[in-house]
Write a protein that binds this ligand. Structure first.
Ligand SMILES: CCCCC/C=C\C/C=C\C/C=C\C/C=C\CCCC(=O)SCCNC(=O)CCNC(=O)[C@H](O)C(C)(C)COP(=O)(O)OP(=O)(O)OC[C@H]1O[C@@H](n2cnc3c(N)ncnc32)[C@H](O)[C@@H]1OP(=O)(O)O
Length: 222
């Protein structure tokens, strides 16, 4: 885990530098050669799609390469999710130029990714696992880059396999001024769909490991 986190941290610094650098073409090409060397090192042994990485631990709520929370992911902020005393889940993050949409502000699609994840995690946190069936966002104000943000997700209601969830993004210093407001419907797939989607998913040891238990989620820290 320490090594996965070390590589993820180094890669996040690399991608951040790569989108904010002002060096010339010679330095860019030298950096590209270094990046290709690192890629060759990592390609020496790869897992196929559908096999979970060995460090993913459903019981410990761990997904190390999640694009939102994964400590090993180059593109994840990564968010740390926590139970929110006010209900649901929350995360704090400061996002950089990698995620820029309008100059100086967060890409709207990134808000969608983050909200999808927070809403899904809120459902899981409440013991209600589901896939995103519907996701709706209201963009009320641009989300600034480089300032601490607070992201929240909470369950509104549940009926059978359907869970209605909501969430928000705000600046940490103005938490009541909602910049992005999200609502979503998460649905636990019917058994036939579960089988069709996840029949071949295994853990690192080759055991069948379909999602579906509340613990199959990225960690919500105590
Ligand atoms: C959750 C991720 C899966 C992997 C989990 C594993 C590990 C988790 C790891 C990390 C997770 C951590 C945190 C969570 C983070 C992120 C969450 C991201 C989630 C995703 O990134 S996930 C990918 C995108 N997602 C899809 O790829 C779904 C494609 N889709 C389908 O596969 C089907 O569409 C399905 C299965 C959703 C439903 O199919 P189905 O046949 O099982 O259910 P059915 O249609 O019968 O609906 C039952 C009741 O829900 C109502 N209902 C359904 N859909 C509705 C809609 N759109 N609007 C309004 N109501 C709706 C019906 O009206 C009915 O309601 P009623 O019972 O009252 O009639």
């Amino acid at each position: 885990m320490a090594a996965v986190t070390e590589l993820g941290t180094a890669l996040r610094a690399l991608v951040d530098a790569s989108v904010s650098t002002a060096v010339g073409p010679e330095e860019l090409r030298a950096a590209a050669a270094e990046a290709r060397r690192a890629t060759a090192l990592l390609e020496a042994d790869r897992r196929p799609p559908g096999r979970l990485p060995p460090l993913d631990d459903p019981v410990a709520f761990r997904r190390v390469y999640s694009p939102v929370t994964g400590v090993g992911s180059a593109v994840a902020p990564p968010l740390t999710l926590r139970g929110d005393p006010a209900g649901g889940v929350r995360a704090e993050a400061t996002l950089g130029l990698l995620y820029e949409g309008p100059p100086g502000y967060l890409h709207g699609g990134m808000s969608g990714l983050l909200m999808d994840h927070l809403l899904g995690a809120a459902a899981i946190h409440a013991g209600l696992w589901g896939m995103t069936a519907h996701l709706e966002l209201d963009y009320r104000g641009p989300v600034p880059l480089g300032v601490p943000l607070v992201l929240r997700g909470w369950v509104e209601r549940n009926a059978g396999r359907r869970t209605d969830v909501a969430g928000s993004i705000a600046a940490a210093d103005a938490p009541d001024r909602v910049l992005v407001q999200a609502t979503g419907i998460f649905v636990t797939p019917r058994a036939e769909k579960m089988d069709a989607y996840f029949a071949t998913v295994t853990d690192a040891a080759g055991r069948h490991t379909p999602p579906g238990r509340p613990t199959d989620a990225t960690a919500v820290q105590p």
